[in-house]
Design a protein around this ligand. Structure first.
Ligand code: HEM
Ligand code: HEM
Length: 222
């Protein structure tokens, strides 16, 4: 389709494009895994925070007649945090597998459902000058946001795997720390995407794009 294409040939909004079953399964599994990953981060920074639990360990041991220093109590409370990081790592491996799965899905879904082709289409229809120009511009922005998300997820997986296997790969302390800081920073961009995405689909569902959410469940099959 080129800039001269009449948008009247587009019977419906581009937001109602079809989603193959595999894409829907990928979407909802990715949603679950990312939420699971965030829960482990939240639990570690609250309930299982090693510093917050030093007093608790000391009090419990005191009741059994044992007195330990802050450092000794920290060694115990830290272990619980590490156990939760192991869960985080496992979920992370799941996310890495889902990313690979998504690459495979791209090779089997109909051509118009591929990320790159959706982006191309978004760019093409955005050049049209008709009454729907605002919607096409919005659609292009939404597709851009998804592309950024895929890039962020890739960075998260790469840095996560870097930490998980860093010691085996012989990374120095400084490299490990830099990877960890980068991983910790990208989390905020992922959170930003999730907020924007959720607000976006809720507004769309309550506005002109009714059924957009159920489309991610039933695939928008007409
Ligand atoms: C959206 C998904 C993810 C979020 C929000 C997230 C967030 C975080 C955060 C906040 C930390 C703590 C960093 C710090 O202490 O400064 C962390 C650590 C870590 N993450 Fe992720 N992460 C995600 C995905 C992944 C993935 C895909 C992997 C891949 C295996 C992974 C592996 C790790 C590892 C190994 C650590 C270090 C844990 C430790 O200190 O022992 N993460 N993650
Ligand atoms: C961790 C949370 C989530 C992430 C990371 C996420 C990610 C994504 C991504 C990457 C896409 C583009 C799919 C593609 O083109 O292949 C997408 C589309 C979509 N998501 Fe989510 N999603 C999340 C949660 C949700 C939730 C909770 C809902 C429903 C309330 C939802 C509803 C939708 C809908 C309706 C679309 C299609 C909209 C469109 O065509 O632009 N998502 N999501």
């Amino acid at each position: 389709m080129d800039a001269k294409t009449d948008s009247s040939t587009l019977s419906k909004s581009p937001f109602y494009s079809q989603h193959s079953l595999l894409l829907r399964i990928w979407h909802w599994l990715t949603f679950l895994f990312i939420m699971g990953s965030i829960v482990t981060v939240l639990v570690n920074s609250t309930v299982l925070s090693p510093r917050e639990n030093i007093k608790l360990v000391q009090e419990q041991l005191q009741k059994k007649g044992v007195t330990v220093t802050d450092e000794q109590a920290f060694a115990v409370s830290h272990e619980y945090e590490d156990k939760m990081w192991d869960v985080h790592k496992l979920i992370g491996f799941g996310l890495a597998a889902l990313f690979l799965f998504r690459i495979l899905i791209e090779t089997v879904v109909p051509s118009e459902e591929r990320i790159i082709n959706k982006f191309r289409k978004a760019k093409e229809i955005q050049r049209l000058n008709d009454n729907n120009k605002t919607e096409y511009t919005h659609y292009l922005r939404v597709r851009l946001t998804y592309s950024i998300f895929f890039l962020l997820l890739f960075c998260m997986i790469l840095t996560g795997l870097g930490m998980a296997f860093g010691r085996d790969l012989g990374f120095s302390r400084d490299i490990f720390r830099s990877i960890k800081n980068f991983h910790a920073f990208i989390q905020y961009l992922i959170y930003a995407f999730i907020v924007v995405h959720l607000v976006g689909v809720i507004l769309a569902e309550n506005g002109k794009l009714k059924g957009i959410v159920s489309g991610m469940i039933n695939g928008n099959k007409h």
